[in-house]
Design a protein around this ligand. Structure first.
Ligand SMILES: [Mg+2]
Length: 217
């Protein structure tokens, strides 16, 4: 866990979902593969050809000094509107097929929920976020879930983070973003003035309450 920035008195924690609230590389890979396969079908080409097109885009971004971006933004660059990405994800991703209740996460979020308001900001549609939290057995801890379809902007666009703060009725400086990808989950939050904590997976979320309590002294 790396605490990149922490406000003096944080009031809300804004969590990423995938590889933050659960760690399952097979599920993460499945989500990418199923969406790339759908894109290949739409483009009338092989999966390998679509993967090559995505690799070219990533290389161009790297060469121009742009940071990493989301799959949704790469798809948009290949002509798939975000609205279409939302529909594909709703159709193709069934969290309950992959995720099971996590009692340690439940306990960790219950403890955090006593000191902070908890929100989810995911690049999946809100319905997929809700189903994921339900499958993990932690839905009740999250009064606010912001999905891709709420702002039609995909992290690292800062708008989903700004919208979360607005919906919480808080200033950015009152919020801390918690996620597994620095470029996507943390840099845009930091640019808004939020705190930011990098986690390597859900095991570090189990420890977050202790880390925050010790950081606050
Ligand atoms: Mg993630």
């Amino acid at each position: 866990m790396t605490v990149l920035a922490l406000p003096a008195r944080p009031r809300a924690l804004i969590f990423d979902l995938d590889s933050t609230l659960y760690t399952d590389t097979a599920y993460a890979r499945f989500q990418t593969e199923v969406l790339v396969a759908r894109l290949a079908t739409t483009r009338g080409e092989s999966v390998a050809a679509t993967e090559a097109a995505l690799a070219r885009l990533r290389a161009e971004r790297a060469a121009s000094g742009s940071g990493a971006t989301s799959l949704g933004n790469l798809f948009a660059a290949l002509g798939v509107p975000i609205e279409e990405s939302v529909r594909w994800r709703e159709e193709l991703i069934e969290p309950a097929d992959w995720l099971k209740p996590d009692a340690r996460l439940d306990a960790a979020l219950a403890a955090l929920g006593r000191d902070y308001r908890l929100a989810l900001v995911t690049n999946n549609p809100r319905s997929v976020g809700e189903k994921s939290l339900a499958a993990l057995g932690v839905r009740s801890h999250f009064p606010l879930i912001i999905g891709l379809d709420d702002t039609m902007r995909s992290k690292p666009d800062p708008r989903p983070f700004a919208y979360a703060a607005e919906r919480l009725g808080l200033e950015a400086r009152d919020c801390v973003s918690v996620g597994d990808r620095e470029d996507v989950d943390l840099v845009p939050a930091l640019e808004l003035g939020m705190g930011a904590i990098l986690v390597a997976g859900v095991a570090e979320v189990y420890e977050l309450d202790v880390i925050l309590k010790s950081a606050r002294g």
